[in-house]
Design a protein around this ligand. Sequence first.
Ligand SMILES: C[S@@+](CC[C@H](N)C(=O)[O-])C[C@H]1O[C@@H](n2cnc3c(N)ncnc32)[C@H](O)[C@@H]1O
Length: 290
Amino acid sequence: MDDPRFRDDLYRGTACAYDEYRPSYPPALIDDLARRCGASGAGAMLDLACGTGHLSFALHGKFEHVWAVDLEPDMIALVRAKASAAGLTNLRADVSAADDLSVPARSLDLITLGNAFHRLPRRAVAANALRWLRPGGYLALAWGGSPWDGDSPWQRALVELMGHWRARAQAETRDQDRIPPGYDEARAAAPDLDVLAAAGFELVGRWEFAVRHDWTTDEIVGYLRSTSVLSPRALGPLAPEFEQDVRGELAGHAVGGRLPQQITFAYELARRPDGQALLAQGGDPLETPE
Ligand SMILES: C[S@@+](CC[C@H](N)C(=O)[O-])C[C@H]1O[C@@H](n2cnc3c(N)ncnc32)[C@H](O)[C@@H]1O
């Protein structure tokens, strides 16, 4: 079963909120990932579906070349502006869908996909990624938790309220196809790691990093603006009422203006088998001209 296709414009208008309100991946995760990949300041990485470049900027010092790619032009404009403001000369950013990208074979040491693999045509992207990596190169799926992940009363209240507003948006706006039919079934039938293994990756492991975060109500409203399903564009004229409702609900739960959460970040690491392993399997099946 192929992955159902997500619309291309789901993050339109979210870039500023995304950059400001999505918590960064913890430095411990970044350092651990860089160490396991053997990043030494040389080589090249590709941050695919990069958003505003959380992973690109966190890892830029660990590679000679960093390439950030996203299909949303607003995201790439912001990555370029941030790179320019920081004076980074080794970070290139381009607008492209992940499955349209052209990359020389065996040219990359690391490909990262942060909170994004599930949105892509996974089999095509995994097959391309394997070809783009040098033998022994790595692919990392990074994941960051959302404010509503957890069992606190404020999180349960937020989940209920989000469900109510998503249903209202579906009923009252024309913008109804933000999650394609068959998405849950396709991902359950072929979990991400199975897709990577079937493409020829060796699965290396998964590592989790928990970080305490004390949210303010403003930050949670900002985070919701950065989502594909409850952004101002997704909600249209309902957006102001939605935000007022969120603020009213959370105000009743905040203590000293704060809503605490233990956020779990994680990454899953896969590796393109090196030459020896490929020879043992009867040669390099990827050894074809690009
Ligand atoms: C949840 S954001 C993740 C952003 C970033 N990687 C991070 O870790 O914060 C998902 C991103 O995937 C991008 N995206 C979705 N489908 C894509 C595709 N087919 N090709 C490239 N980018 C895509 C969206 O534009 C959005 O910026």
